[in-house]
Design a protein around this ligand. Structure first.
Ligand code: LUZ
Ligand code: MOS
Length: 756
């Protein structure tokens, strides 16, 4: 089944925030963000803005009736700066005017005098200063200290990954409008309608039942709108409450890039030990997470880094410690993978360093240490592993022997071009790591004409979740998907939603849809039995018909629905799903936090131009564990998008803050994302069809985040190509590996032989 949005998207008919027709009298907002990353506000003068033609009002913290606080996990983030600013772009004032132009123009008239304080942008410096968002966490397995003496080789190193701009095509924004009785409706480009509702409730002191947050779809989220859509929605709602007028703020791209947090940069130290057979016996790692100026989701991201610090490998002795370090950057936040990629990069770097030190192929070490079913993760859950199945199938299907021979032959016969090849196995845990968040609800109505309306807590952000929800309802009812319609997500229809995040949206909301539909169908079967005068056990529902004892009857969907209505049987259901079997005890750092894991292996090949430092990615060939995909077209799209987003993070996307904490890469001309020319020449995706029972909806495993991590393989393939040219290069484990850094690696100080 095609994505139900494909026609609307290609025709430009799909509605995003900026497509909502404006009500008469709508006002427009613009944020004045702090020009300084850290300091004390001595004087704030908004009079210039207030006097600007078209300006209706300028809001600051003094206008807040509730709490000036939007921190989700920890209350450490004011909506408006009061006396202190902690990052460049921190909202100080919100100008509301009759036009966007007037509002933006007025922002430039605001004057502020700030006493500058020291700016910290480096997480290691923050950690040394004791600036931690939460106390450090340590995951332990076995006894690392004892294990070192059993190791044949012990290797240490450091690995750094940079941030990543979400670059959703639709920027952040919200549109708030007053309804009667102090109710405010907010259209928000958010992954988390309930988080927006809570934040507004806190700031305005309005009860949650007065706040209808409605989301039709987003033009991309990638985690950037899991927590950080709250700010703009709260600003619009605040102004709406005061002015009793509709207020809209859709962010200009540079405001969005400057004011919002990104993927967390991490700096990490590792120590790894292997025995003479290259079995990894011990792994110790310390993560310094650059959290930015407030907690946002950093503690949860930190936790997922620890959960994924051994990727797909079984390591009997592990000690992993993670620090969430407060710096003067915008609060960093969720980004596809949610700390997992940062953890996985480090273990892959450690393995690569061992391989390079011993002169063996990293793939040999990787394959030898893949975990098997029954192996324990450092956090206590036992693996139900597809790691070997994916790896072995990739080797066989893509004929790894001839791939290797080709790379060797190429490198042997070319001096200025080199190829590299790397494996990237992935194991990603599915569920919110916070157990309580793993719940969802769905509301299903069957109308008397047989059409079905479906509302869930899932937010469509291009990932195709609405199509999957519709498929679930159509499959359970065994009716044409065309008779099912999915409605906008709304806090008045579905309450207390978890964000659409953690790759778990289709599972959680899909299960709730399934439960609601199964219950309605159960009632319909009773109706059928009564109508036909047979026992309910003899009634079967399939292919849109009632069957009795193996024979089709006259009762089709429409007749059955009408019969139920006539008999006053409910045709509506609201269902609640909570993932069974998951738990985690943070005091022990042990439990069973994930419903299941998703596995896969990618083989990445690259060709490097050793004169210019430029490269092309020849191929990313994947065997991925989809379970039993309920929508291969959508799942393939998620794979391709994830891979390209991941390799962008690894190669070209370079978030640069200067020493004063100002974002230099604040436009699309200074921040490069992959375009059609930088995607791999070939992306092959093979479906590892597994039929095992699991907690995925229709056994169709979650697909949102896992593929991003295949992109990590690109770094290691490039590294191999660089080493094929310059075996003694001292290239640091530092990403993104831009052509500039590649060149420095190709010709570093240890270069012994300059070709040509
Ligand atoms: N959000 C969250 C997430 O709150 N908890 C998670 O575990 C998570 N994982 C991935 C992406 N977003
Ligand atoms: Mo996400 S990083 O699953 O919002």
């Amino acid at each position: 089944m095609k994505n139900i949005d494909s026609t609307g998207h290609t025709r430009g008919e799909s509605i995003y925030l900026d497509d909502i027709p404006l009500l008469r009298g709508t006002l427009f907002g613009a944020v004045y963000g702090s020009p300084v990353a850290h300091g004390f506000i001595r004087r704030l003068d908004v009079s210039g803005a207030e006097e600007t033609p078209g300006v209706v009002r300028v809001f600051t913290f003094q206008d807040i009736k509730g709490e000036n606080q939007i921190g989700g996990i920890i209350p450490d983030e004011p909506l408006f700066a009061e006396h202190h600013v902690h990052f460049c772009g921190m909202p100080v004032a919100f100008v509301v005017a009759v036009s966007e132009d007037a509002a933006r123009h007025a922002v430039e008239k605001i004057k502020v005098e700030i006493e500058p304080w020291p700016v910290v942008t480096d997480p290691r410096v923050a950690q040394a200063n004791g600036e931690l968002i939460v106390p450090p966490r340590t995951f332990r397995l076995g006894d690392v200290d004892q294990a070192w003496s059993l190791c044949e080789h012990v290797i240490e190193g450091r690995a750094d990954t940079n941030g990543q701009e979400h670059l959703y095509i639709e920027t952040q924004g919200a549109y708030a409008m007053p309804l009667e009785n102090d109710v405010i409706r907010v259209y928000s480009s958010t992954q988390a309608p309930t988080a927006v509702q809570r934040a507004i409730s806190k700031v305005t002191a309005l009860p949650m039942h007065a706040l209808d947050i409605e989301v039709t779809r987003l033009g991309g989220g990638f985690g950037g709108k899991e927590d950080q859509a709250n700010v703009w929605a709260a600003l619009c709602a605040l102004a709406c409450l005061h002015l009793k007028k509709p207020v809209k703020y859709a962010m200009p791209r540079t405001d969005d890039m400057v004011m919002t947090g990104k993927r967390h940069p991490y700096s990490s130290d590792f120590r790894i030990g292997v025995d003479k057979d290259l079995k990894i016996l011990a792994y110790e790692v310390t993560f310094y997470q650059n959290a930015g100026a407030a907690a946002d989701l950093s503690p949860a991201v930190l936790e997922r880094t620890l959960f994924h610090c051994t990727n797909s490998y079984f390591i009997p002795n592990v000690r992993a410690t993670a620090y969430s370090c407060r710096t003067n950057l915008p609060p960093n936040t969720a980004f596809r993978g949610f700390g997992g990629p940062q953890g996985m990069y480090v273990i892959e770097a450690a393995i690569a360093k061992v391989a390079e030190g011993l002169g063996v192929d990293a793939a040999v070490i990787q394959k030898k240490n893949l975990h098997r079913t029954g192996d324990i993760f450092p956090y206590g859950q036992l693996a139900e592993s597809e790691a070997h199945a994916c790896w072995q199938k990739a080797e066989d299907l893509y004929d790894i022997q001839s791939m290797r021979r080709e790379v060797e032959a190429f490198n042997g016969s070319n001096r200025l071009f080199k190829k590299g090849i790397a494996f990237m196995p992935v194991c990603f845990g599915i569920s919110f790591t916070k157990t309580l968040m793993n719940q969802a609800r769905a509301l299903v109505h069957v109308y008397t004409d047989g059409s079905v309306s479906l509302t869930t807590g899932a937010v469509e952000m291009g990932q195709g979740v609405n199509t999957k929800m519709l498929q679930v309802a159509a499959a359970v009812f065994s009716i044409d998907p065309g008779s099912v319609r999915i409605q906008a997500t709304s806090t008045f229809k579905i309450a207390n939603t978890s964000p659409s995040a953690a790759s778990a949206t289709a599972d959680l909301n899909g299960k709730a849809v399934q439960m609601a539909c199964v219950e309605i169908l159960r009632r319909l079967k009773e109706v059928a039995a009564a109508e036909l005068g047979v026992a309910v056990e003899d009634v079967e529902w399939r292919e849109g018909m009632v069957w009795v004892s193996g024979a089709a009857t006259e009762l089709d969907w429409k007749k059955l629905v009408l019969a139920a209505f006539v008999r006053r049987v409910s045709l509506s259901e609201h269902a609640h799903y909570a993932t069974p079997g998951i738990h985690f005890d943070p005091s022990k750092e042990k439990g069973h936090p994930f419903a299941y894991h998703v596995y896969g292996t990618a083989i990445v090949t690259v060709t490097l131009d050793c004169l210019r430092g430029r490269y092309v990615i020849d191929a990313v060939k994947v065997v991925h564990d989809f379970g039993t995909s309920m929508n291969p077209l959508i799942d393939r799209g998620q794979m391709e998008g994830g891979i390209v987003q991941g390799l962008g993070w690894m190669t070209m996307e370079e978030v640069i803050y200067d020493e004063k904490g100002r974002l230099r890469s604040n436009t699309l001309s200074t921040y490069k994302v992959p375009d059609i020319y930088s995607v791999p020449e070939e992306i092959s995706i093979d479906f590892l069809h597994t039929q095992r029972d699991n907690l995925a909806i229709f056994r169709s495993k979650a697909v949102g985040e896992p593929p991003l991590m295949y992109g990590i393989g690109v770094y290691f393939a490039l590294r191999q190509a660089i080493r094929a040219f310059n075996p003694s290069t001292d290239l640091p484990f530092s990403t993104p590996l831009t052509p500039e850094k590649v060149l420095m690696g190709l010709y570093d100080k240890k270069l012994e032989h300059v070709p040509g």
